[in-house]
Design a protein around this ligand. Structure first.
Ligand code: GLC
Length: 599
């Protein structure tokens, strides 16, 4: 089945090209490295900093502008590094401070900026401050660094409030006094080994200013701020009946509902990311970011902060990127969208419009270390949206369809103005490891009853199809087992093959740069077909076909790059297959029935 050429008529500007001084982060494509799973240099089965440094040429060859490193600091690894015991040192499993310096130096030589993770909501329970707090008395300055409270009930046997941990179970754990009697409780919005800091305490604020300076002095270009919406809690810590599941319950509404509202209005385009509640998105967090903005400014206008803030609706997120706060915030509403033209159009338009109100670049992201890889999400019956982990007993994705849509979604994403994030392995088309046996899964959420965990997107990368552990580690060790089929996705199996996902990403990234798409503008093109999203960014025309039927391309378009091969018929007609995206140029001033251009 195929549709005739859609009538492409008029364009509707959504945003204009960015002018004025452009910083690198306005337009950058930033590649997320999850150090544990990128490359292992010492054969212990865990990725490390020297392993990353040795593979940095992969990133420059791919054509990204920067990398963001998930935490590599001293940590007992209770949450794989998001539990920091020393913010100024490197965990021995990842290397040394000298290795971090070497990584920074090599990245900069290659023209890559480096963003590091900052984890300010909580420390590890192994942090010296928490150990001192446990040893100190209630009310002491040591305890004031964290969120210690007396319990409720006659003997303090009940937690101070009813909050639940994002990872499952209660958000409070009771301590034991030196004499063995039960003591106060402490708050941990995440794992029991991740006690929340008390951001009402000036000492904490001073410490994190210093930590920022420590890494800025070493030359980092920016920080990804973990749980940026969580540091300040509502006064009095009131009970809250809701359950915070930052990741597993982040879900968009049914796309049909969203599709009804494509007017960019305040409600219809918004994905509900769950987290309303007294521990999330309190107005007080913004004071912290204004403070940090000033710290970064001491180092020049090219330093940046990017917020990991699972807040909705989008105008709430835009508050994090006001001119005197952070530079970017992850756009999880886009990540959580379905592969559906109306929904994508709605989310894209609303994101751009809302960010424009504060002058911030919009960011785009489809995968990260917390959610199911998009090559798998798009192969599930929900076609995206659902970021919940998939296990061996669950319905398995259609791998081929998932990858096909993932490439199409990526090509759509990379055409959009602003900054885009890639997650390691997506340039290989890597699917989620959905069949990981239960006994090898390690995510702390599992032990707390938080579901299947996020291990499926964290499996070590395949570099060489025929090497032990696919080239991840010389010894063949790998902290999570790599599925046999990962060999097919290995980098060396894809290099030089024009049909491969890797070469496709390279071409897309090069063209994104050549056509200055990051600093471009966005206009919708009316496409007379419900499954097709049409947009223009400068001279580039983008058609994303989210349906399964091929469509005949209108005349006047010269294909530049497509996510899957186009179909050319004997009569010269060209077809865009279903679940595919095309970048094209106009060969004439008009395409289809009417000229392009604003109404
Ligand atoms: C962020 C990280 C996630 C971590 C959590 C707690 O959401 O992305 O991996 O588990 O914060 O630090």
């Amino acid at each position: 089945m195929s549709a005739t050429a859609p009538a492409i008529c008029t364009t509707h500007p959504v945003s204009v090209p960015r002018t004025g001084t452009l910083q690198w982060w306005h337009t950058a494509v930033i590649y997320q490295v999850y150090p544990r799973s990128f490359a292992d240099s010492n054969g212990d089965g865990l990725g490390d900093l020297p392993g990353i440094t040795a593979r940095l040429s992969h990133l420059s060859r791919l054509g990204v502008d920067a990398l963001w490193l998930s935490p590599f600091y001293t940590s007992p690894q209770a949450d794989h590094g998001y539990d920091v015991a020393d913010y100024r040192d490197v965990d021995p499993i990842f290397g040394t401070l000298a290795d971090a310096d070497a990584l920074l130096e090599r990245a900069h030589q290659l023209g890559l900026r480096v963003v590091v993770d900052l984890v300010p909501n909580h420390t590890s329970d192994a942090h010296v401050w928490f150990q001192q707090a446990l040893a100190a008395a209630p009310g002491s300055p040591e305890r004031e660094r964290y969120m210690f409270r007396d319990g409720r009930g006659e003997a303090g046997e009940l937690p101070p409030n009813n909050w639940e941990s994002v990872f499952g179970g209660p958000a409070w754990t009771r301590t034991t006094n030196a004499d063995g009697t039960p003591g106060q409780w402490y708050l941990h919005i995440f794992d029991v080994r991740q006690p929340d800091l008390n951001w009402a305490n000036e000492e904490i604020r001073q410490e994190f200013r210093d930590v920022l300076r420590f890494w800025l002095d070493r030359g980092v270009d920016g920080f990804r701020v973990d749980v940026a919406h969580g540091m300040v809690k509502e006064e009095g810590l009131p009970d809250w009946a809701g359950h915070s599941a930052m990741i597993s319950e982040a879900e968009s509404g049914e796309h049909d509902e969203v599709a009804e509202s494509d007017d960019g209005g305040d409600d219809g385009a918004d994905v509900d990311l769950g987290n309303a509640g007294p521990m999330w998105n309190q107005p007080g967090v913004h004071e912290i970011y204004r403070d940090w903005h000033a710290v970064l400014a001491e180092y020049g206008a090219d330093k940046m902060l990017v917020a990991e803030a699972w807040v909705s609706p989008l105008p709430e997120l835009a508050k994090y990127v006001r001119p005197d706060e952070m530079q970017q915030a992850f756009n999880f509403a886009f990540l959580a969208s379905h592969w559906h033209a109306d929904e994508l159009r709605s989310v894209i338009e609303h994101s751009v419009q809302v960010n424009d109100t504060v002058g911030a670049p919009t960011t785009w992201v489809l995968s990260n270390h917390d959610v199911v890889r998009h090559a798998t999400r798009f192969g599930l019956p929900s076609a995206g949206g659902n970021v919940e982990p998939v296990g061996p007993d669950d319905l398995q994705p259609d791998v081929e369809l998932g990858l096909r849509r993932a490439r199409a979604a990526t090509l759509l994403m990379l055409a959009l103005p602003g900054s885009a994030y890639l997650y390691q392995g997506e340039e290989l088309g890597l699917p989620e490891a959905t069949r990981l046996p239960f006994d090898v899964r390690q995510d702390p959420t599992i032990a707390r009853g938080g579901g299947l965990g996020r291990d499926g997107c964290r499996v070590p990368l395949p570099w060489e199809a025929d090497a032990p552990s696919f080239g991840f580690s010389a010894t063949g060790e790998s902290w999570l087992p790599q599925p046999q089929e990962y060999g097919r996705y290995a980098l060396d199996a894809q290099k030089g093959d024009p049909a491969s996902t890797y070469e496709f990403y390279r071409r897309a990234l090069r063209m994104r740069r050549d056509y200055a798409l990051g600093s471009g503008g966005l206009a919708w093109i009316d496409v007379d077909h419900p499954d097709v999203l049409g947009l223009a960014n400068g001279e580039l025309v983008v058609l994303a076909n989210t349906g399964s039927e091929q469509i005949r391309l209108p005349e006047g378009l010269e294909p530049l790059l497509s996510s899957i091969q186009l179909d050319q018929h004997g009569d010269g007609a060209i077809f865009l297959p279903g679940d595919a995206t095309l970048w094209a140029l106009r060969t004439r001033g008009e395409v289809g029935r009417k000229p392009f251009g604003p109404d």
